[in-house]
Design a protein around this ligand. Structure first.
Ligand code: ZN
Length: 434
C-alpha cells in the first residue's frame, strides 16, 4: 500500500491547522493532523518523503478540500449543452484547474432533443469513467456527480439569459421520459414552483431521489411555502432571476407581498447559493446572504458559462444551436442589450477569493461553502467535501493568494500548474521549430 504525504496549512471543517499533514493511500485519506505528530500517530508515513512543494518563494501553502460546484454550465469555449465527449472533457478540465474536483454539469433551457443529448452524455461519461469511485478512471477532469436538470421549466419573465423559445411549463410526457431513461444520472432538478404542473414534476423527481431546487421564478412567498411541502430544498442563485416585493407589486399594489427572495431568506429549511464573482452581487448582498443563511445553508456556485479563460467577445449561453448569445466583457457574461448579467465567466477559486476578500468570513468557512456545504446538500459528504479520515483524497494545493497550484483526485496528481506551464512552453517551442 503506497502512501502519499501532503504538508501545508490544512483547511479543516473547524478551522485551519497551521503546520499539518494529510496522509492518503488507495484514494482515501488515512490520517490528518499536526505534522509534528505524524511519526507517532502514523509511523508508516513518517518514513515517506512528503510531496515536494512547487518551486518559488511562496512561504505559505494551503491544503484544501477539492471544490464542489452544483451549478456550472461551461468553460474554455465549451458548454455541457454541446453534448459531445470533447466538450464535456474541455469543461471538466478547465474547472479542475480552478479547483473544482466534483460538479453537477448543468443544462440550460433548450429543445427536448438537446437536453436528452446532454443527459445521454452524462450517462456515458459516468459509466465509462467511474467518477463515483475514489480512484475510478482518474484523469484531468472534475468528477461528475450527476446532472443538474436546469430548465426548461422556468417563468418566462425570470428567464435571465436562457433563450425564450424553449421555456415552458412542466410536461409529464416530456419529463417522464427523462426520468425513466436517465433518472439515475440526474442529481438535481430546478423548477419555477408557480408553473402549472410544477408540483407533479417536483414530486416525480423526489420519488427518484432527485433534489428539487427553485429558480428562475416569479412565485409569491406563499407559492414557495407550498413548494416546501413537495420537497423543494433549495433556491438557485440568490438575488438573481427571482421575484421579490418590488417585482410582484405591479400585479397587486397592496398589501405588498414577498416573493422567492424573501421566502429564501425566511425559511430556515431552504438552502441557497450565491455567485460570488464580484460582478453579480455587491459585498453587502454576500454579507446579507451569509448573515441569514450561513454557514450551513449557503453554498458558492460558479454558474459559469463557456467564456471562462476565453477572450472578451460574443459567445453562446447553452447550445450553439438555439442558445442565447451574450457578450463576455469585464469578467462576466452580459446580455446583448447590456442591461443584465448572463452568468459568470469565473472558476470556483475566484469565487472563494472574492467572497473572502469582500466579507469578514474566515477563510476556512468560505472554503467550506465551496466544498463541504454543497457536498452535504447532495448527500455526498460521506465521501467528499472535507479533509477527513475515510473521505476521498481530493485535495487542492493553494498558495497564499488562493491560486490553485496542484490538484489531487483520489490521492493522485491530476493537475500541476508548474508542469502544465512548462508543457505550454514546450508546445510553443514545438510550433516555432517545425
Ligand atoms: Zn440561472
Amino acid at each position: 500500500m503506497s502512501l502519499r504525504v501532503l504538508t501545508g496549512r490544512v483547511v479543516l471543517p473547524e478551522g485551519i491547522l497551521p503546520e499539518g499533514a494529510v496522509v492518503a493511500s488507495e484514494g482515501v485519506i488515512r490520517w490528518v493532523g499536526p505534522k509534528a505528530q505524524l511519526a507517532q500517530a502514523y509511523p508508516e508515513a513518517a518514513t515517506v518523503e512528503p510531496d515536494p512543494l512547487p518551486p518559488g518563494e511562496e512561504a505559505c501553502w494551503y491544503l484544501a478540500p477539492g471544490f464542489v460546484d452544483l451549478h456550472v454550465h461551461g468553460g474554455a469555449g465549451a458548454d455541457f449543452m454541446d453534448a459531445t465527449e470533447e466538450a464535456w472533457s474541455t469543461v471538466l478540465q478547465v474547472h479542475l484547474r480552478h479547483g473544482t474536483t466534483s460538479c453537477c454539469p448543468t443544462t440550460t433551457a433548450a429543445a427536448s432533443e438537446q437536453i436528452e443529448a446532454a443527459l445521454e452524455c452524462c450517462r456515458r461519461w459516468v459509466e465509462s469513467r467511474r467518477p463515483h469511485e475514489p480512484q475510478g478512471e482518474l484523469g484531468p477532469w472534475a468528477r461528475v456527480l450527476g446532472l443538474h436538470l436546469y430548465g426548461p421549466y422556468f417563468h418566462p419573465e425570470a428567464r435571465g439569459c436562457h433563450p425564450k423559445q424553449p421555456i415552458c411549463r412542466p410536461d409529464p410526457r416530456q419529463y417522464q421520459k427523462w426520468l425513466q431513461r436517465w433518472g439515475p444520472w440526474i442529481r438535481i432538478a430546478s423548477v419555477a414552483p408557480e408553473l402549472p404542473g410544477a408540483e407533479l414534476f417536483a414530486r416525480a423527481c423526489r420519488a427518484q431521489g432527485i433534489r428539487v431546487h427553485l429558480g428562475h421564478s416569479m412565485a409569491t412567498f406563499h407559492q414557495v411555502a407550498a413548494a416546501l411541502d413537495w420537497g423543494a430544498e433549495h433556491v438557485d442563485h440568490l438575488f438573481c432571476a427571482m421575484s421579490d416585493k418590488t417585482k410582484l407589486r405591479p400585479s397587486q399594489p397592496w398589501p405588498m407581498r414577498g416573493g422567492v427572495l424573501e421566502a429564501a431568506l425566511y425559511f430556515d429549511q431552504l438552502s441557497t447559493e450565491v455567485i460570488a464573482d464580484g460582478r453579480h452581487l455587491a459585498p453587502e448582498l454576500l454579507k446579507l446572504a451569509w448573515k441569514l443563511k450561513g454557514p450551513d445553508r449557503l453554498a458558492l456556485v460558479t454558474d459559469c458559462n463557456r467564456a471562462l479563460e476565453m477572450p472578451p467577445g460574443r459567445y453562446m449561453f447553452g447550445p450553439q444551436e438555439g442558445g442565447e448569445p451574450f457578450v463576455h466583457q469585464h469578467g462576466v457574461g452580459i446580455t446583448l442589450d447590456g442591461k443584465s448579467l448572463a452568468s459568470s465567466a469565473s472558476g470556483m477559486d475566484h469565487m472563494v477569493r472574492t467572497f473572502w476578500a469582500q466579507t469578514d468570513v474566515p477563510l476556512w468557512q468560505v472554503v467550506q461553502m465551496a466544498s463541504l456545504v454543497p457536498a452535504r446538500m447532495i448527500g455526498w459528504d460521506d465521501r467528499i467535501g472535507s479533509l477527513e479520515v475515510g473521505k476521498w483524497a481530493d485535495v487542492l494545493l493553494l498558495d497564499a493568494h488562493l491560486e490553485v497550484h496542484r490538484v489531487y483526485l483520489g490521492g493522485e496528481v491530476v493537475y500541476d500548474r508548474a508542469l502544465s506551464l512548462c508543457g505550454q512552453e514546450q508546445a510553443k517551442g514545438a510550433k516555432l521549430d517545425p
